[in-house]
Design a protein around this ligand. Structure first.
Ligand code: S3P
Length: 442
């Protein structure tokens, strides 16, 4: 249970960094590569706690995956695809540890296989809702047993049929699970999304030769080829990881940093829109396309911020960034508010109540709403002993808050930052940030 210590930051953050590969794309690369016909090559794959759980699960399904470890943040994978019908029955339950994306997408994919399988995870994952995928998958004909709608999920093989399904929340995990099951179904699969949920699945499957139509808010899976083309891609840096050094550099006065190779897919860039609206001084440079995804470098300078409000599509496009946004709003002039974000309560932890509890210890004026929160700023933060609650994004948000506090901060149970951002502390240190592991060696 390593503890992270953060000191009040005495100097501006300066330097050039890159962040590890996108977590959403890295999960998908394993799963889609596994069912391709042929060998997929994935560069800058993210070796984080969550994605390694997916890698291990698919090895148990008989998929040969070779790894070249370029650094603790950057692996290159060669995935020997087994084709749509070539996965093998695993000998024991698959363990997705803390990875919600891993278990939900894999459930869709595995609902269409010819063997029974059990999907499970950590105590934390066993608390998260699975009916959002289990119910529509059952409409497609899948047989999934789950006590109280929670993992473990026991899947028994059955034939699947395509459905027309309206999602009640805009969830890329649900959309992706249904599209993957749709690859094994008769007829077409039509999904209505009430907001712009991230579209990495659609982009990657289309690159593999699957015909997917985007018709307004409907995503329609039409023709499924017998053979899926293998993937050959370089994963862009994760914008959700970039958000932590980005907010740190905005808040530490006179900072000036460059974050190279950040994914800038429009379904993911809500945090940039929000911070720019608040007066954040940053620009996108060298915009390009990497691995079928828009990407660019982001230059950020310390900024005075004003309060902002978020709801609707902005919430969908920034859903993972609200913990660190809360830290940014604590330094902004006025009352900031996010609404229509009840989804935050079913992430790794209840990110509204846990975040409010921990940030309040540091002096943040944060109030809970049933579907969001408010923060009144600016407030001078004080250092405190806080807890990540084993939630990577909560841990990294508290670390950013620690940099602008007036005394040292200790974050207990902070090893979870590596669930999505291996090397977070070293990356921040390379910008001059005063943080490091204490007590237990890491
Ligand atoms: C993800 C989708 C989002 C996001 C999660 C990753 C994905 O979840 O919060 O971190 O890779 O599809 P929902 O689909 O539940 O909104």
């Amino acid at each position: 249970m390593p503890t992270l210590q953060i000191l009040p930051q005495p100097t501006p953050l300066r330097g050039t960094i890159s962040v590890p590969g996108d977590k959403s794309i890295s999960h998908r690369a394993i799963m889609f590569g596994a069912i391709a016909n042929g060998v997929s090559h994935i560069r800058k794959w993210l070796p984080a706690g969550d994605t390694l759980a997916t890698l291990n699960a698919f090895r148990q399904l008989g998929v040969q995956i070779e790894v070249v470890e370029h650094s603790p943040q950057d692996w290159e994978l060669t995935i020997h695809g087994r084709g749509l019908h070539g996965l093998l029955p695993p000998e024991k339950p698959l363990n997705f540890v803390n990875a919600g994306t891993g278990i939900r997408l894999a459930a869709g994919l595995l609902a269409g296989q010819a063997f029974p399988v059990t999907l499970d995870g950590s105590e934390q994952l066993r608390k998260r809702p699975m009916n959002r995928i289990a119910e529509p998958l059952r409409h497609m004909g899948a047989q999934i047993a789950a006590e109280n709608g929670r993992a473990p999920l026991h899947i028994t093989p059955t034939p699947l049929q395509g459905i027309s399904y309206t999602m009640s929340v805009a969830s890329a995990q649900v959309k992706s699970a249904l599209l993957l099951a749709g690859l094994y179904a008769t007829g077409s699969t039509r999904i209505y999304q009430p907001g712009p949920a991230r579209d990495h699945t659609e982009r990657m499957l289309m690159a593999m030769g699957v015909e997917i139509e985007q018709d307004g808010d409907w995503v329609v899976l039409h023709r499924i080829p017998d053979h899926l083309e293998p993937l050959d891609l370089t994963v862009p840096g994760d914008p959700s990881s970039a958000a932590f050094p980005l907010v740190a550099a905005l808040l530490v006065p006179h900072s000036d940093i460059l974050i190279e190779n950040v994914g800038l897919n429009d379904t993911r860039t809500g945090i940039f829109d929000l911070l720019r609206q608040m007066g954040g001084d940053f620009e996108f440079l060298n915009e390009r396309v990497t691995g079928g995804e828009p990407a660019g470098d982001v230059r950020v300078r310390g900024s005075e911020l004003n309060a902002a409000e978020a709801s609707g599509t902005l919430v969908v496009r920034a859903i993972d960034e609200f913990p660190v946004w809360a830290v940014a709003t604590s330094q902004a002039n006025g009352l900031s508010m996010v609404r229509e974000a009840a989804e935050l309560r079913v992430k790794e932890v209840d990110r509204i109540s846990m975040l409010a509890a921990e940030l309040r210890r540091m002096g943040v004026q944060m109030a809970e709403l049933p579907d969001g929160f408010t923060v009144t700023g600016p407030t001078r933060l004080q250092g405190a002993a806080v807890d990540s609650h084993d939630d990577h994004r909560l841990g990294m948000s508290l670390a950013v808050a620690g940099l602008i506090a007036n005394s040292p901060t200790l974050i207990h149970d902070a090893g979870c930052v590596a669930d999505s951002f291996p090397g977070f502390v070293e990356t921040m240190q390379s910008l001059g940030a005063q943080m490091g592991w204490v007590g237990t060696s890491h």
